[in-house]
Design a protein around this ligand. Sequence first.
Ligand code: NAD
Length: 435
Amino acid sequence: MSVDPRTPSQLQEAHRQLEEAARYAEVHDEVIEKLHHPKESKIVSIPVRMDDGSLRIFRGYRVRYNDALGPTKGGVRYDRDVNADEVSTLAFWMTIKCSAVHLPFGGAKGGIAVDPKRLSRTELERLSRSYVAAMGSFIGPDRDIPAPDLYTNATVMGWMADEYQKIRGENTPAVVTGKPVAAGGSLGRDDATARGGYYILKELEKIRGCDPAETKVAVQGFGNAGYHIARLLHDDGYQIVAVSDSQGGIHRASGLDPTSIHRVKEETRELRAVYCEGSVCRAQDHDDLTNEELLELDVDVLIPAARENQITESNASRIRASTIVELANGPTTRAADAILNDRGTLIIPDVLANAGGVTVSYFEWTQNRSGYYWTLDEVHERLRARLTTHFHEVRNRAERHDISLRQSAYAHAIRRIGEAIESRGTREYFASGLE
Ligand code: NAD
């Protein structure tokens, strides 16, 4: 595939976001320079023996973007299109996200270029274990800590943690988060990404005085992030009028029931690996619609919860929702962001809206290291407190400078990374010598 050299890479686009926000962060220019460069990357070839006896080699990636605040943290995705640019961009966003909600982590990301729906359960297990073996000492509980992302789940994290512990010959559950609870996972990690976004929406509800029963919501993506946000909002009285997955979407003006849709999806995939192949399209009395149509529905809240670059320059002007909650990473391109901001659409940016996942991953890491496990209520309350505190700080900064929540969240995050980098000395410190 040839790429137009004039088209900016995803990472270059993300760096523009960094530069736009930098002026509101008041940090040394060396901080911004540092944040333009990933710290280290590893690309590995992963040989896997398939069930029919043949050998296939998959390409695996891991990027540790910046560790000024602590060990690096970020998910691993299994997707056909995974590539070095995408993983570096996601690792950069993780750096911003961890700082935005004041976690003691830097940012990382990983992935394997594979279509997981075409692998059997045993092939997926061998692939996941081999990824960890190939990454060797690149990961570790004090170095770099993987977690679930697109098309990876608690089972996959359990395999990865188990493989690492086998290699090290010691119990080290804090090396991976998002594990099954029985394998050292935290209560509340399963719906944490969605729940974080939900808590922020509840704050917005208070500020704007809106009524859930009058609020129509469309959710793109019906996996971990998308299903749980649809469920939480539906249970709270919001009207979920449309949901979708990779095969298409369903719409019902009088509202859908996410739990029963999820049940049908679960039932139809039986015996088919760990991935859902049943489509939401067979679940309820509804109209079918495409993913493109879902984005343009006349709703109050739009929740992209699938993948990057869904709201672009070509459809942004047709988006009718007044609020967008970005549960997916990078669902809105920079050009679309500018169009929507000009039109007054409120966007809760990914680095805040989906930070609940990494926040409860931090709780899991903490519990693994202390050996003391929390109740579900404790997890929920600490998650709610952290996300609402940082949402309001970001909102106040946005109002002070008359900037978007995205620019403000970046500035909020860069400020904290900046303090950590500046504390190790900048040009002025070294130029003036020690007194
Ligand atoms: P998942 O694998 O559980 O679910 C992904 C869902 O998206 C599936 O329903 C799939 O069918 C659907 N999908 C894929 N391509 C689509 C398309 N083109 N149009 C519509 N739907 C499509 O993944 P997830 O963990 O829910 O991740 C979704 C997004 O949330 C990703 O951007 C991920 O980076 C982000 N995220 C996830 C977490 C987490 O903890 N899982 C945390 C932060 C951010």
